[in-house]
Design a protein around this ligand. Structure first.
Ligand SMILES: COc1cccc(COC(=O)c2cn[nH]c2)c1
Length: 238
């Protein structure tokens, strides 16, 4: 898989050189291209924004630099991701979907956003996804793009050493994950739930599923649908 990122702050993505994604890049499992939007301007001040038609506060990102920048990286099979407060909510399901695609192009907007004609132009040619990480506003798309790249990148085969660890995570089965414990068995007078020390794998699986349901009911009742309310460990509806 290849990620191309267009931004006015390419240095922001230096973090992609470290940790998991850094190793995956060295292994060639994923490629990352960084592109400075200002390299696609032609005036002395390398201008990327201007005042909004119709008036109002703030500035809008000009269409010309974006057109030249995206033309230089977008392929026929590219999915263009635009992190935006006006996007649809990002989920683990979408992360899984995106992890199966060959080429993701991230358009990191700033200011009040990108001239709408850029989105409309590329939506005629490519899949364009305006994605929100949550109902709050950041100064630009870079932080959101980093989060999406990590959520997607870690699902790409070969990036995470033990793929089994990807299945027992929050949101993988539609529920929040169960609480985890490790040694010591007693810590500040707090013991580990006895069932986890019992060696009885069936009882452990049942307890973990019950914990997932309880935690999801308590913290994220919005995630629960009737078929997820089953109580046996299978996750099948009863
Ligand atoms: C594309 O135009 C803009 C304009 C303003 C900010 C941003 C950055 O994204 C967010 O703020 C965001 C993403 N998910 N939740 C918030 C993009």
């Amino acid at each position: 898989m290849r990620f191309d990122i267009v931004t006015i702050f390419p240095e922001f993505f230096g973090a992609l050189d470290v940790s998991l994604l850094g190793k995956a890049r060295q292994a060639g499992v994923i490629e990352v291209g960084l592109h400075d939007l200002r390299d696609f301007t032609h005036d002395r001040h390398r201008t990327v924004d201007d005042t909004p038609y119709g008036g109002g506060a703030g500035m809008v990102m000009k269409p010309e630099p974006w057109g030249e920048a995206l033309d230089s990286v977008v392929r026929e099979d590219s999915v263009i991701v635009v992190p935006s407060p006006a996007g649809h909510p990002f989920t683990q399901r979408e992360a899984r979907e995106l992890s199966t695609r060959e080429h993701l192009v991230f358009a990191c907007g700033r200011y009040e956003g990108i001239d709408q004609r850029v989105i409309d132009h590329y939506a005629d040619r490519n899949e364009v996804r305006e994605i929100s990480l949550g109902d709050y506003v950041l100064n630009g798309g870079e932080v959101a793009a980093m989060a999406i790249i990590e959520a997607v990148g870690r699902l790409v085969p070969g990036v995470v050493g033990n793929p089994a660890s990807l299945t027992e995570e929050s949101h993988e089965d539609g529920l929040l994950e169960y609480p985890s414990y490790t040694k010591p068995a007693l810590w500040r007078e707090r013991a580990v739930p006895a069932v986890l020390l019992s060696g009885h794998h069936g009882a452990v699986a049942q307890w973990r599923h019950e914990q997932q349901l309880e935690r999801t009911r308590r913290v994220r009742p919005d995630l629960l649908s009737p078929d997820l309310l089953s109580t046996d460990g299978s996750g099948e509806s009863t």
